[in-house]
Design a protein. Structure first.
Length: 320
């Protein structure tokens, strides 16, 4: 048993499919901390989904060792391993002949939970993903929109309260407006639950918006693994630089939060109650737009407790 500081640890993991000329994933070392939200970004065929599927042994690695919460997964049967993880795919994978409550209850029933515990879990999860249990429990997937089905898919993946969620382009088939709403909702859920999440996407904005850290892959090789801001500021190579448009100033501003650059000296914050106020998680792009459309040269920044924690002027934006 290894240290359990990491939820997922890959040691020399690779995948070579039969008759393929090149490995889908070259030998890879990777450590994912518990409670982190890691997105995997890259073009089609870069190996990101293969990497994800090796974590729950849908694909068996060709080489290397995989540890989940410090435990070598070769000592666990694949079925038991997968029951310890949530898995969400693009088309939800819901059972069309089963109601929403039956879909969500699938794994808890396999695990032998009692009816009361399952019912409580269904209600809690549907509320968590923004679906009123009294309105949705008895419906069938075909009676829901694509976005609602994806919410049910997330609820089902979390039904047995796994510590790790694997998500393979879960919002890829959703229209742009609902996709943005789902992203925001999922960030809200993650702040409450602190799951360890591996999230595959080919959408650059989605990867940088959701991930605490981002894995960028190309031709089966991890090109960079870092925070969105560090990737934008210090791309590891030309491939990464071109992929994320690191020279795009406005894109960079979208991923810098107020708390990252604000002036925390409260003694310099004017007391004028009419000054615009914004949350510390607001991005600099939105703050700049606020400044440009107001008569003030600064905004006051507050935290989740509605406490004043600093201010941002054009000077802070310029320095950032």
């Amino acid at each position: 048993m290894r240290s359990t500081h990491y939820a997922i640890e890959l040691k020399g993991i690779s995948k070579q499919f039969p008759r393929a000329k090149q490995p889908s994933v070259n030998k890879t070392d990777l450590k994912i901390e518990k409670g982190s939200f890691v997105t995997i970004l890259g073009a089609s065929g870069c190996g990101k989904t293969t990497l994800l599927k090796m974590v729950n042994r849908l694909y068996e690695p060709s080489t290397g060792t995989l540890f989940i919460n410090g435990e070598d997964v070769t000592t666990i049967s694949p079925t038991v391993l997968r029951r310890k993880m949530g898995y969400v795919i693009q088309q939800t994978g819901l059972f069309q002949h089963m109601t929403i409550e039956q879909n969500v209850a699938t794994v808890p029933k396999i695990l032998g939970w009692n009816k009361q515990k399952i019912d409580e879990r269904i209600n809690r999860l549907l509320e968590l993903v923004g679906l009123r249990p009294e309105d949705y429990r008895k419906r069938y997937p075909r009676q829901l929109s694509g976005g609602q089905q994806q919410r049910v898919g997330i609820a089902r993946a979390m039904a047995a309260d796994p510590s790790i969620l694997l998500m393979d382009e879960p919002f890829g088939a959703i229209d742009a407006i609902n996709r943005s709403v789902l992203q925001d909702e999922f960030l809200r859920i993650q702040k409450k639950l602190h799951k360890t999440i591996l999230f595959v996407t080919h959408d650059i904005i989605e990867a940088l918006k959701l991930g605490d850290k981002v894995i960028i892959m190309n031709s089966g090789v991890i090109q960079q693994f870092d925070t969105p801001l560090n990737i934008l500021r210090h791309p590891a190579n030309d491939f990464v630089k071109n992929l994320v448009h690191a020279d795009d100033l406005f894109q960079r501003m979208h991923f810098i939060k107020a708390r990252d650059v604000m002036n925390r000296s409260l003694s310099t914050v004017p007391s004028d109650d009419a000054v615009p106020e914004m949350h510390e998680a607001t991005n600099l792009k939105d703050i700049l737009l606020m400044l440009l459309t107001s008569s003030y040269d600064h905004v006051r920044i507050k935290n989740t407790k509605n406490e004043l924690v600093g201010q941002i002027t054009l000077n802070e934006i310029r320095q950032a």
